[in-house]
Design a binder for this molecule. Structure first.
Ligand code: FMN
Ligand code: SF4
Length: 535
């Protein structure tokens, strides 16, 4: 493959897509598939054939459109009409509506693309999601895919690439928010012939499905981002570590890798340059702790996935002892636009210390459940009340949980806080990987804390005692509270134990496991006190 061939595929695919005046795009990502999108797409295919409209209408399976709570969703172009909750009964009406002269009844509910849910978003990571067929490399190429890899390999030095990523101010989206450019520069500086890049697609936080959607909707974006990273740090081999619970994402990634290999975009001497790069997939067995980087590395090596003390960090001694770059899916998904538009462009979006956009999985007691991508600095209130459409059944927001088991709850009176790494941390929570769960007036915050502690005690790998025994003790104390059997002494013990587990655990799981308890105690202490046994 050379640039001319790449551009020829881009042109041909665009022309092919324009040949048919109408296009029906059906979401075939997990959210919509779980409510019947596959049969909706098949039915549409059949109906188009029966109506002899194949020459005029193309039915395309695409990735996630974002509004996951209202699937199956379809979008019809060129009018850009969006339909939600599509059923098989709606298909004849949809076919009739394709002919503008006829009106049709029994159409599914129509989405409003001017609604803040769509209007307030800024799509960088998800720019191709819901638009291209994730199973077709040509569709990705039609959107300019693999051109940045070409640009990097033939026109930039590894150092130029790192400079651009550093300039962008991108921080890792896996939870810790470590500056991506600094991490890349560290791996690049390490001596040694053999280096690795890893994509962390373990995504185990309850309520989080951002990475799954990106992988299911635009897998080549991750492959291209990883290849650019590998060139920058001097690696020639990559691994995608992905949880077994994501079979569709795995299938699409496997297909994408095969297609990239067939086109010579993966393998040896890519674009006739000296750069060789291949990617293998490693499927995790569903342990949350395997998302922790040292546990992940052990798991890829075929060992039990338990963390080890750092340093040494993976950048110095990672996979099989070699320098290794580990980044999250969303971090890699930002790379192509950063190279294409420049680091300065990316840094112009967001806030002083949190650049670019962030994808959130907005769930809970909210009207518009789904995936959103907003500029950093957008307030939680805008996300919940405008984009999310507010609480279900005219309820009120009590709190918003961010950061999953490592995070905490933001009470309603602090909803004007902007989403940024630092501002959320100041409130005792974290942005984490992007789970955002809205809770209404009827939610028990002690129950919420107990839910996360239940998760952590189950997921603790057991390697160190503070976490292994401490999370169980914390869970038991919270249960005692919920059952109204706890005393003031138990509450004091709960607080002391939170601090002890935080301070003495070996890895991030244990260090952050008490956070949901600490933050709910901070903002909702009266709920804990009201549950104490009356003596
Ligand atoms: C218990 C635990 C689970 C984690 N799970 C994930 C995960 O599922 N995905 C992820 O990208 N990072 C996860 N992380 C963070 C990673 O260890 C690592 O910091 C991250 O992958 C680095 O990528 P980034 O710099 O692009 O954020 C987890 C950390 C801990 C402590
Ligand atoms: S903190 Fe928990 S998960 Fe981490 S090593 Fe210790 S026991 Fe394992």
């Amino acid at each position: 493959m050379n640039l001319e061939e790449l551009l020829a595929i881009q042109k041909e695919t665009k022309q092919k897509r324009q040949q048919k005046p109408k296009q029906i795009r059906c979401c075939i990502a997990s959210g919509c598939l779980s409510c019947g999108a596959e049969s909706v797409k098949k039915s549409l295919d059949n109906a188009i054939k029966e109506a002899h409209l194949e020459q005029e209408v193309e039915v395309l399976g695409v990735g996630c459109m974002g509004i996951c709570g209202r699937g199956p969703s379809i979008e019809i172009d060129p009018e850009t009409t969006l339909y939600h909750n599509v059923t098989l009964e709606n298909i004849p009406a949809i076919i009739t509506s394709l002919n503008q002269t006829k009106t049709s009844e029994n159409l599914p509910p129509q989405g409003d693309l001017n609604h803040p849910f769509f209007a307030y978003q800024k799509l960088i990571v998800r720019e191709n999601s819901g638009k291209i067929d994730p199973d077709n490399i040509d569709d990705y190429i039609a959107e300019g895919g693999y051109q940045q890899l070409h640009h990097v390999l033939l026109e930039m030095t590894p150092n130029d690439v790192i400079k651009e990523v550093t300039k962008s101010g991108l921080r890792g989206r896996g939870g810790g928010g470590y500056p991506t450019g600094v991490k890349w520069a560290t791996v690049a500086k390490m001596p040694g012939q053999q280096k690795y890049v890893i994509c962390n697609a373990d995504e185990g936080d309850p309520g989080a499905f951002m990475d799954r959607a990106v992988l299911e909707s635009d897998p080549h974006r991750i492959l291209e981002g990883m290849a650019i990273a590998a060139y920058a740090v001097g690696a020639n081999h990559g691994y995608i570590y992905i949880r077994a619970e994501y079979p569709l994402a795995i299938k699409r990634l496997e297909k994408a890798i095969q297609q990239a290999k067939r086109y010579g975009l993966m393998g040896s001497q890519i674009f006739d340059s000296p750069f060789d790069f291949k990617i293998d997939i490693r499927v995790g067995a569903g342990a949350f702790v395997c998302g922790e980087e040292t546990a992940l590395i052990a798991s890829v090596e075929g060992k039990r996935g338990t963390p080890r003390p750092r340093p040494p960090y993976p950048a110095e001694s990672g996979l099989w002892g070699d320098p290794t770059l580990i980044n999250n899916v969303e971090t890699y998904a930002n790379i192509v636009p950063i190279i294409r538009e420049g680091g300065d462009w990316y840094a112009s979006i967001g806030t002083e210390n949190s650049k670019g956009t962030k994808v959130f999985a907005l769930t809970g007691k909210i009207e518009n459940n789904g995936l959103i991508e907003v500029p950093m600095g957008t307030s939680i209130r805008t996300i919940v009340e405008e984009i999310g459409g507010g609480v279900l059944d005219q309820g009120t927001v009590k709190a918003v949980q961010t950061g999953g088991p490592s995070g905490g709850c933001i009470p309603a009176h602090l909803l004007d806080t902007p989403v940024e790494y630092d501002s959320l941390q100041k409130l005792g929570t974290i942005m984490g990987s992007g789970g955002m769960i809205v809770m209404d007036q009827d939610t028990s915050m002690v129950e919420i804390a107990r839910f996360y502690m239940d998760f952590c005690q189950e997921e603790s790998c057991g390697k160190c005692i503070p976490c292994r025994a401490g999370t169980v003790q914390l869970y038991d104390l919270l249960t005692k509270l919920v059952e109204r059997k706890a005393t003031q002494q138990d509450l004091d013990q709960l607080e002391a134990l939170c601090q002890m587990v935080k301070d003495t655990s070996l890895c991030g799981l244990g260090m952050t496991a008490p956070n949901p308890v600490i933050s709910t105690l901070q903002y909702f202490r009266d709920e804990y006190v009201s549950l104490l046994q009356v003596t």
